[in-house]
Ligand binder design. Structure first.
Ligand SMILES: Cc1cc2nc3c(=O)[nH]c(=O)nc-3n(C[C@H](O)[C@H](O)[C@H](O)COP(=O)(O)O)c2cc1C
Length: 207
C-alpha cells in the first residue's frame, strides 16, 4: 500500500511541510512496528512549481512532462494526506490549483485532510472549503476525521511527542488515530476498486 502525503504551503520553509514530515515518520514507524507493507511518500508541492492552470496542458509538452511524474505517482497511490495552511482564511491556492490538473488519479481513494495555523482557534475554514470544493470532479473520498494543527509553531517539533506539552501529545494522538482510519479505508477501498471498478467515464465531472 502506498500513501502519498502532499503538503501545500507556498513557502519553501514551512510549518505545513514540517507537519508532512511528522506524518511520514508516523506512517513509517507504523509500517515497521506492525510489519505492514506500507510505503509512504511525502511531496512538498511547492517544489514542483506547477504553473497556474490555464487548460493548455494537452498542447504543451513542457507542462505534460512537469505534471506526468506527479500524476503517475498519484495514480499508483492508495490513499492521500493533504495538508494545507490557512492563509487569508482559505485553503492553499496552490493546492486548489493542483486539483485543477487532476484527472482520475484520486478517484474513489480515501484522503485525510489536515490544516495548519499559527493561531490558537483557526484552521476550520480550509477543511470546510476542501471538503466542499475539491471532491466533485476528482471523486476523492475524504474520511470522516480531519486534523487541525493549531499553534503549529509549538507542536511536532520532534518525532516523539513532548510529554510535557499536552497539546503536542494530543495532536500526535489525533494524527495517529486519523492515519489508522485512513489506512483501513485505503485497504478496503483498494479491494473494492479491484473487485468492482467504477465507470469513470459516465459522469466524469460529477453530477
Ligand atoms: C500570507 C499569510 C496569510 C495567513 N493568513 C492566516 C489566516 O487567515 N488565518 C490563520 O489562522 N493563519 C494565517 N496565517 C498563518 C499561517 O496559518 C501559519 O503561518 C501556518 O504555520 C502555516 O504557514 P506555513 O505552512 O506557510 O508556514 C497566514 C500566514 C501567511 C504567511
Amino acid at each position: 500500500m502506498k500513501i502519498t502525503i502532499i503538503s501545500s504551503s507556498m513557502r519553501r520553509e514551512s510549518q505545513t511541510n514540517k507537519i508532512g514530515k511528522t506524518i511520514k515518520v508516523l506512517l513509517d514507524r507504523k509500517a515497521i512496528s506492525e510489519n505492514i507493507p506500507l510505503e509512504s511518500v511525502h511531496v512538498d508541492l511547492v517544489s514542483y512549481g506547477l504553473p497556474f492552470f490555464d487548460d493548455t496542458i494537452e498542447d504543451t509538452p513542457e507542462l505534460q512532462s512537469l505534471w506526468k511524474p506527479l500524476s503517475e505517482h498519484l495514480a499508483t497511490s492508495d490513499g492521500f494526506v493533504f495538508i494545507t495552511p490557512e492563509w487569508n482564511g482559505t485553503a492553499s491556492p496552490m493546492l486548489k490549483n493542483f486539483f485543477m490538473y487532476v484527472d482520475t488519479e484520486l478517484a474513489h481513494k480515501p484522503a485525510l485532510l489536515v490544516s495548519t495555523t499559527a493561531n490558537a482557534t483557526n484552521g476550520a475554514y480550509p477543511i470546510a472549503e476542501l471538503r466542499s470544493g475539491s471532491y466533485k470532479n476528482t471523486h476523492i473520498i475524504y474520511i470522516p476525521h480531519h486534523v487541525i494543527v493549531r499553534n503549529v509553531n509549538t507542536v511536532c517539533n520532534s518525532d516523539i511527542p513532548n510529554q510535557e506539552s499536552k497539546e503536542d501529545v494530543s495532536i500526535h494522538g489525533k494524527i495517529t488515530h486519523s492515519l489508522d482510519e485512513l489506512i483501513t479505508y485505503a485497504t478496503y477501498l483498494s479491494q473494492m476498486r479491484a473487485e468492482k471498478p467504477f465507470d469513470l467515464e459516465k459522469f466524469p465531472y460529477g453530477m
